[in-house]
Structure formats: structure tokens, C-alpha cells
Design a protein around this ligand. Structure first.
Ligand code: GLA
Length: 392
């Protein structure tokens, strides 16, 4: 059964009637521009054909009852008062997953938008904790749902900003805009190019004969939020110190690689390494744009490989299994480039592969990885997909 029908059936089972609506929002994969979104850089993600789906109706009251189908149908019940204190109506603290929808509702209310109580069930095909933005896809699905019930309408970019705000101020993860943006603004068969400073974006093609292959190490890590927030702080520290020499500097976007290399000795070693990655990565992503436009996937793939090395050696967000997965993939026939994607530490790699070689590539990568780790990796050949939408 497809997930559309699944959420409808589950809604009916739980609430006794058919849902009024169904919405979906995809996860994302990022091809280049990693850990630069919160440094005003450029990112090159795509929304993927794995999404979170929700079936919902207004509850007719201020109370929302949400059912997480993938988490043993755990329920969370909150209203506009209890979300202020991150509690459910029975006074318990909200569980982790419930903070994403509650955070969306809270942010919408903070911005003066009506949030009607809803009954909802939701389920996701985006693997959790795998660096494919499962949380952003939950936020965007609920954003679409509250929009449908609230009688207001905001742009996909505004919806993305709402999700980022929820995550920063409610959940406590100081993420940038890339994940929510990709989930909200995705386009079928297109890569997205976002300038995280101006929030202007456009789409770019991927050659017909090239596929995006995602390889999940199947390893997950805890404490990722604090490690992520720490990386972001290092970048902010670098800006404060570099400002002494360059008073107009607002973010690491404003310094060229050459200038940075001249000045970097004023930074403490760890801060220097983190900032070096960001400055180089922003440059790499700018260089990638004409390459993609010209269809030069060989050169683009090289930049992906460089990005992986930089995340590993300078930014310190790789992991043993991610390194292994990228290392095994890079020399395989048909592979243009392979690197970890998203926040890092664990989760997935993204690979650009010649379409005709994808089957063999996926088979060989899985068996090589499994032979060395004893872990079975999930490998997806994915398509760039449409962003968040009301389906019914
Ligand atoms: C996570 C964050 C994004 C971005 C990436 C790294 O996915 O949510 O905002 O910073 O890490 O590029």
C-alpha cells in the first residue's frame, strides 16, 4: 500500500471518520555547500522522493491530537497554551518528536497566524537521524497542514523560515535555512541553488544520464545537536576575531580564500580549521555553478570529493563509517563523486553516478561496506522531487 493510502486508513482507524486533507513534505539531500548555510553561503541541495505524509482534519477545538504512526502510534495532545511550556495537556513534557509540530504551531502563533486544533496521523519515509532532514520534512508537513486549516497563506520560503525559527527557538538546534528551504521549495528533477544571504534561489539541471545515489551507513549518533551548535559557534568566533582586521566583515561569506589565508594565523587552531572549511566550501560551491551549467559532472564530482575531505579534516563532522562509505564509493565505475551529506557525524553519503552504472554501483558499494562493517546499508537511487504540498 502506498503511504498516501496508509495515512488515510490509519486516520480513519484512529478517529473513526475519513480525514479532510492529506499533505506531504520531502526530505533533502545536499550535493555541495555543507555547513555554509548559517555562514551566508551558497548551497546546492535537492528535495528527494522520500517524504513525510500527514492525514488531518480540524479538531473543532484548540486542542491538537497527533499520532506518530512510525513510533508505535505514540500520541501527543497539546493546545495553544501548553505549547508555550513545551508540555502536553496532561502536563508531561513534550516528547522529542512532538517538539517539531508544536514548535511550528508556536512559531506561527508568535507571528500572529491562526493555528487551529487538528487531529492528525503522520508517517515518514525519510529515515530518521540519517542527515536527510527528516525533522524539516515533519515541520514543513505540519506547516502546510496548519496553513490549510488556518485560512492564511504564506510563501514556501516564509514557511521554511518559520520551520527554521521553530527549530532554533523551540527545539534548540541552531540550524541554518537549507533543510526547511529544500523541503518547502523543492522542484521535480532539479537541483536548487540557494544564496543563504539574500534567500534568492534558482534551479539547475542535472544531466539526464546522471543519478543521485544516497547510501545510508545505518549508523546514528546521539548528541549531534550540541556538536552542531558548537561548530556554528566556532564560525561566529572566527568572524568576531577576523573583524579586528576586517571591520566590515559580517560573516565568513565576506572573506575570500586568499584574504583568509593571509589572516588565518590570528585564529586559534580549532577555530581556524572550522573557518577554513567554510571559506573554501563557499568558494567551491561558487565554482560548481558554471560546471553544472556546462554539464561538467567530472569536475563537479571532484569538488564533492574535496568537500568530503574538508568536512573530515577541517570541520570535524565526519565519522568512521561515513569516511569508509565515501572512500569505497569514489573509485567504483561510474562514480563521479561521493561525500557525506548534511550535518554529519553519521547518516548518509551522497554519490553522483552514471545512470547506466547505478545498479552495479549500488550492489558493489553495499557488499563492500557490509563486508568491512557487518552493517547492512540502505542504498537509494533518488529523484529530485516537488516541495511540500497539500495533496488532498
Ligand atoms: C543540518 C542543518 C542545516 C545545515 C546542514 C549542514 O542539516 O539543519 O541547516 O547547516 O546541517 O550543511
Amino acid at each position: 500500500m502506498d503511504i498516501f493510502q496508509f495515512v488515510i486508513d490509519q486516520y480513519e482507524k484512529r478517529f473513526g471518520i475519513k480525514p479532510d486533507h492529506v499533505a506531504r513534505a520531502p526530505g533533502r539531500v545536499n550535493l555541495l555547500g555543507e555547513h555554509v548555510d548559517y555562514n551566508d553561503g551558497l548551497v546546492l541541495p535537492a528535495a528527494i522522493n522520500l517524504a513525510t505524509w500527514i492525514a488531518f482534519s480540524p479538531s473543532g477545538t484548540d486542542t491538537s491530537t497527533l499520532v506518530a504512526l512510525d513510533l508505535e502510534k505514540e500520541e501527543s495532545v497539546f493546545d495553544s497554551k501548553t505549547i508555550q511550556t513545551k508540555t502536553s495537556v496532561d502536563g508531561h513534557m513534550l516528547t522529542d518528536w512532538a517538539k517539531y509540530p508544536a514548535g511550528m504551531a508556536w512559531t506561527l502563533l508568535e507571528h500572529g497566524l491562526a493555528v487551529k486544533g487538528m487531529n492528525a496521523v503522520f508517517s515518514s519515509k525519510v529515515p530518521r537521524g540519517a542527515s536527510l532532514s527528516s525533522s524539516a520534512s515533519v515541520e514543513m508537513t505540519f506547516g502546510i497542514a496548519w496553513q490549510a486549516l488556518g485560512g492564511w497563506s504564506i510563501s514556501p520560503m516564509q514557511l521554511a523560515l518559520t520551520g527554521q525559527w521553530a527549530e532554533n527557538k523551540y527545539v534548540g538546534m541552531n540550524c541554518g535555512i537549507m533543510d526547511q528551504f529544500s523541503s518547502a521549495c523543492g522542484e521535480k528533477d532539479r537541483l536548487l541553488l540557494l544564496d543563504c544571504r539574500s534567500l534568492e534561489y534558482r534551479t539547475l539541471p542535472l544531466p539526464e544520464d546522471v543519478a543521485i545515489v544516497i547510501a545510508d551507513t545505518s549508523v546514528r549518533r546521539t548528541l549531534v545537536t550540541s556538536a552542531y551548535n558548537k561548530r556554528r559557534e566556532s564560525c561566529e568566533d572566527a568572524v568576531i576575531l577576523l573583524k579586528k582586521k576586517l571591520p566590515n566583515l559580517k560573516s565568513l561569506r565576506d572573506i575570500s580564500v586568499e584574504e583568509f589565508n593571509k589572516l588565518s594565523s590570528i585564529l586559534p587552531e580549532e577555530t581556524r580549521m572550522r573557518a577554513q572549511h567554510v571559506v573554501n566550501e563557499i568558494e567551491r560551491t561558487s565554482c560548481a555553478i558554471p560546471l553544472l551549467e556546462a554539464g561538467d559532472i567530472n569536475a563537479f564530482g571532484e569538488l564533492m570529493n574535496e568537500c568530503h575531505a574538508s568536512l573530515r579534516d577541517l570541520f570535524g563532522v565526519s565519522g568512521t563509517e561515513l569516511d569508509l562509505m565515501a572512500r569505497l564509493a569514489q573509485p567504483l565505475p561510474g562514480c563521479y563523486g561521493a561525500r557525506q551529506t548534511g550535518g554529519g557525524f553519521a547518516g548518509c553519503t551522497v554519490n553522483l553516478v552514471k545512470k547506466e552504472a547505478t545498479q552495479e554501483f549500488s550492489k558493489r558499494l553495499s557488499s563492500l561496506y557490509e563486508a568491512q562493517t557487518g552493517l547492512h546499508p540502505e542504498v537509494y537511487v533518488c529523484q529530485a522531487s516537488q516541495g511540500a504540498e497539500l495533496v488532498k
